[in-house]
Design a protein around this ligand. Structure first.
Ligand code: OAD
Length: 276
C-alpha cells in the first residue's frame, strides 16, 4: 500500500479517467461465496479430483452418469451461494465509470446475480445444459421431468444432456471470446482478479490489454505468471480489496469532480480546476 490508498495514487487517478475497464475474474472471485477454486493446494477441486475423469468430452463419453453426478453436486453448491461484497463493489464500479466489461472464467453466474450488466462467460454456465451431440440448449423443465441421470436429449436419439461448460480440449464459445478480445484490446484499465493466469486464452487477455497501452492491476493473495507484468499486485482477497478500492475511487472522484452520474444515469464531466 502506498500514498495511503490501496491502489497507488497514479493508478487511482488513471482509473478515475478510464473510458473502458476490463475486469477478468477467475475462481478466486467466487471463493468467498463458498465455491471452491480449482488449483488452491488444500481446497481446490483439482487437488481432490482428476480433471481428465470429470472435465473432458472423453470422460463424459466413458461415464456420463459419473460426470453428471459430479456437476449436480457443484450445481447444488452454486445454487446455495450468494454474491459477496466484492461482486457488489464491481456493480458499483459500473455507476462510476463509462464502461465496465466483466469477462469471467467462472461458471456460477454470481456476477449477473449481483447485478453487473456486461458479463461475458468464457467457460459457460453450470446452471445451463445442452445436448452433447447437437449442442442445442435443454430447458430446466425438461431436465426436471427426466428420470434419467443424465437426462436424454430432446433433440437427438441417443443424445444426452451435458452441462453447458467448456471442458479441457474444447473450444471456447465464439461470441464471449470475441467480446473478451475486443474488451482487452480496447480498454485503458484492466483488473485480473482471483485467477492463477494459467488457463488460455483467458490468461493472455491482460497481456493483450497491456500491449494496447492499458494499466493492469492484479488482485490475488498469491503470485501468478501475470504478476511480473502488472503495474500493481494487490495481495489481498477479492472482497476486501474491491470494497476498499471502489470506495477510494468514489471518494477520489467526488473530491476531484472527475465525473458524476446524472439522475438519468448518464456520465457527465463536471467542471473542476483539474479540467480547466
Ligand atoms: P484457479 O483455481 O486456477 O485459481 C484461483 C486463484 O484464485 C488462485 O490464484 C488463488 O491464489 C486465487 N484466490 C483464492 N482465493 C482468493 C480470494 N478470496 N480472492 C482473490 N483471489 C483468490 O482458478 P482459475 O484461474 O479461475 O476451467 O482457473 C481457470 C480455469 O481452470 C477454470 O475456469 C476452470 C479450471 O479448470 C474450466 O472449467 C474450463
Amino acid at each position: 500500500m502506498t500514498d495511503g490508498f490501496l491502489l497507488e495514487a497514479p493508478l487511482l487517478s488513471r482509473l478515475a479517467r478510464a473510458r473502458a475497464v476490463l475486469v477478468l475474474t477467475g475462481a478466486g472471485m467466487s471463493a468467498e461465496s463458498g465455491i471452491p477454486t480449482f488449483r488452491d493446494a488444500q481446497t481446490g477441486l483439482w487437488s481432490r479430483y482428476r480433471p481428465e475423469d470429470l472435465a473432458t468430452p472423453e470422460a463424459f463419453e466413458r461415464d456420463p452418469a459419473r460426470v453428471w453426478r459430479w456437476y449436480e453436486e457443484r450445481r447444488r453448491a452454486v445454487r446455495g451461494a450468494e454474491p459477496h461484497a466484492g461482486h457488489r463493489a464491481l456493480v458499483e464500479l459500473e455507476t462510476l465509470l463509462p464502461a465496465v466489461t466483466i469477462v469471467t472464467q467462472n461458471v456460477d453466474g454470481l456476477h449477473q446475480r449481483a447485478g453487473s450488466t456486461t458479463v461475458w462467460e468464457l467457460h459457460g454456465n453450470i446452471l445451463r445444459s445442452r445436448c452433447h451431440v447437437s449442442h442445442r440448449p435443454i430447458s430446466a423443465q425438461w431436465l426436471q421431468d427426466s428420470p434419467h441421470q443424465p437426462p436424454r436429449s430432446p433433440y437427438v436419439k441417443n443424445g444426452l444432456a451435458r452441462p453447458d461448460v467448456v471442458w479441457f480440449g474444447e473450444t471456447l464459445p465464439e461470441r464471449p471470446l470475441e467480446a473478451a478480445l475486443a474488451a482487452a484490446s480496447g480498454c485503458d484499465f484492466c483488473f485480473s482478479i482471483g485467477t492463477t493466469s494459467w488457463v488460455q486464452p483467458a490468461a493472455s487477455l491482460p497481456l493483450l490489454a497491456l500491449e494496447h497501452g492499458a494499466a493492469v492491476v492484479e488482485i490475488n493473495p498469491d503470485e501468478t505468471p501475470l504478476s511480473p507484468h502488472a503495474q500493481q499486485c494487490i495481495r489481498d482477497r477479492a472482497a476486501s480489496a474491491l470494497v476498499t478500492l471502489v470506495s477510494e475511487l468514489r471518494a477520489a472522484m467526488q473530491e476531484n469532480g472527475t465525473a458524476v452520474m446524472t439522475a438519468a444515469g448518464q456520465h457527465t464531466r463536471k467542471e473542476s480546476e483539474h479540467d480547466q
